[in-house]
Design a protein around this ligand. Structure first.
Ligand code: GAR
Length: 189
């Protein structure tokens, strides 16, 4: 069974869905650690409720290869999932987990990816551009921001009546229904 670390900075709905999917069942993986860079983030409370250990980190800890690899080793982490994690991933971590680190992005990459494109900002840009569709992308993490190999995409239609909040809600629904299953498929291969 693969041991998963989820890195998250925000509300943590994806982290919670993934944990519910895996933990306590005979699945290909188990969420063994949640790593967060904001002590007040919703994901910290969720992790406590879910009984998953949390490691709070900051810029200095992230830059410290020995500390971070030590932390992941201490929890025997095989696979890293970025779920709304807003810090850049240093190259030593990408190298160490080369084919075992993935991210979810709330658009159809390469559209609406790159620096500054995260969460609500993505949906604002999609609505402002009058896009007829948007979606989610699950991809491997490479040195290029939002640029790694695409593993999965799913789409929704965007109608002119939809607000940014409507799009965000639909995207979260899409993430909830696909992300855990996609992770399971990757772990089982
Ligand atoms: C998710 O929609 C995820 O796709 C997005 O942040 C949200 C986190 O929600 N990630 C990015 O924008 C990464 N560039 P959550 O904290 O409720 O899981």
């Amino acid at each position: 069974m693969k041991r998963i670390a989820i890195f998250a900075s925000g509300n943590g709905t994806n982290a919670e869905n993934i944990t519910h999917h895996f933990n306590g069942k005979e699945k290909a993986g188990e969420v063994a650690l949640i790593v967060c860079n904001r002590s007040g983030a919703g994901v910290v409370e969720r992790a406590k409720r879910l009984n998953v250990p949390v490691a709070l980190i900051d810029k200095n800890k992230m830059a410290d290869k020995e500390y971070m690899l030590g932390l992941l080793e201490e929890h025997n982490i095989d696979f890293v999932v970025l779920a709304g994690f807003l810090m850049m991933i240093p190259s030593y971590l990408i190298e160490e987990y080369r084919d075992s680190i993935i991210n979810i992005h709330p658009s159809l990459l390469p559209a609406y990816g790159g620096k500054g494109m995260y969460g609500r900002h993505v949906h604002e840009a999609v609505v402002a551009a009058g896009e007829k569709e948007t979606g989610i992308t699950i991809h491997r993490v490479s040195e290029e921001c939002d640029g790694g190999e695409i593993l999965f995409q799913a789409k929704i239609s965007v109608t002119p009546e939809m607000s940014v909040e409507d799009v965000e809600k639909e995207i979260h629904r899409l993430e909830a229904s696909h992300f855990p299953a996609v992770i399971e498929r990757i772990l089982s291969n």
